[in-house]
Design a protein around this ligand. Structure first.
Ligand code: 13P
Ligand code: SF4
Length: 319
């Protein structure tokens, strides 16, 4: 067998021996996604990753994704060991919202419900009333608005603006962005659509307004995948990290999938829409977790207890 196949077989063996399960995001390397599915783990969006890790009986969760996903798993399952293939895999939204600055922002607006996106540190979540992911943000903000609440939102400005537009909620926003989705370009998308008039446009809401405005479907990674599988359209333009194309091709092999344009789409860079932190996850990293126990995620217990409330509230809402 090839070296890759041998590594995969060794990982599968160790997952069993160590009572561990692999929980992967759609943006990580296709081999990791396949391995997660083949070994009884999951490949999903950030909401489902949190739920799957919490509900699975395994004592060890190997989270292939970025840091906030590992932290959420640990916050929900303090008794489990949570390992990540690369502890440096973070997220521009998390980096752009330091807990101290965020606390000052919250202190200045005590009359608002604090709603944070999953893509934040445990310390930021500890300050929040609600955590949301892209798959339930709209429903939760609508619920809060219906209760007459004003909202303090962080950190993604594009997702925040999209929700504000859809719900009409009073939202004060942090000014963060995802370095991957922020690069999709509305003008180039408009031109691409003209070349593919029958294509449905699928957009993750972390994208700029000019891109979201042209979407047929706006949603989380799982929701975009569902749209490809369930729609009768033959062709799709996909405005999210291109890691998701692996699973889309598996589940809808006859559909034509076209990457949405970024500033970098050119002869030299065909696939610029890929998160550099998600790309840090690999088979070797997973093997190191299992063989050496490296990559452990820890969360300070006082912070964990505070952060647990906002995640739990979301999970109860979507149950
Ligand atoms: P999803 O919740 O849609 O999987 O998004 C997570 C993420 O990091 C998107 O960039
Ligand atoms: Fe963060 Fe964007 Fe990477 Fe998702 S794709 S982890 S939002 S930087």
């Amino acid at each position: 067998p090839s070296a890759k196949a041998a590594t995969k077989a060794r990982i599968a063996e160790l997952l069993k021996a160590r009572n561990a399960v692999l929980v992967a995001h759609y943006y990580v390397d296709g081999d990791l996604q396949d391995l997660a599915l083949a070994t009884g783990g999951c490949v999903s969006d950030s909401l489902e990753m949190a739920r799957f890790g919490r509900d699975h009986a395994a004592q060890t969760l190997i989270v292939a994704g970025v840091k906030f996903m590992g932290e959420s798993a640990k916050i929900l399952s303090p008794g489990k060991t949570v390992l990540m293939p690369d502890l440096d895999a973070t997220c521009s939204l998390d980096l752009g919202c330091p807990a101290d600055d965020f606390a000052t922002f919250c202190d200045a607006h005590p009359d608002r419900k604090v709603v944070v996106y999953a893509n934040t540190s445990a310390a930021v979540k500890a300050r929040a009333d609600w955590m949301v992911t892209s798959s339930c943000a709209l429903a939760i903000v609508k619920h809060l608005k219906d209760q007459g609440e004003k909202i303090l939102w962080a950190p993604d400005r594009h997702l925040g603006r999209y929700i504000q537009k859809e719900t009409g909620a009073d939202m004060l926003m942090w000014n963060g962005a995802c370095i991957v989705h922020d690069e999709f370009k509305g003008l180039e998308l408009d031109l691409l659509k003209k070349d593919h008039p029958n294509a449905l446009v699928l957009v993750h809401p972390e994208s700029p307004e000019s891109v979201v405005a042209q979407a047929d479907v706006v949603g989380s990674t799982s929701q975009l995948l569902k749209a490809v599988v369930e729609s009768n359209a033959p062709e799709f333009i996909v405005a999210t990290d291109n890691g998701i194309l692996h699973r889309m091709r598996q589940l809808a092999p006859n559909k034509v999938l076209i990457e949405a344009p970024t500033a970098g789409n050119s002869a030299t860079c065909k696939s610029c829409a890929h998160c550099p932190w998600m790309a840090m996850n690999g088979l070797q990293g997973v093997l190191d977790c299992l063989e050496k126990g490296v990559g452990e995620i820890t969360v300070d217990e006082a912070i964990r207890l505070k952060a647990h409330g906002c995640i739990d509230r979301m999970l109860a809402f979507v149950a």
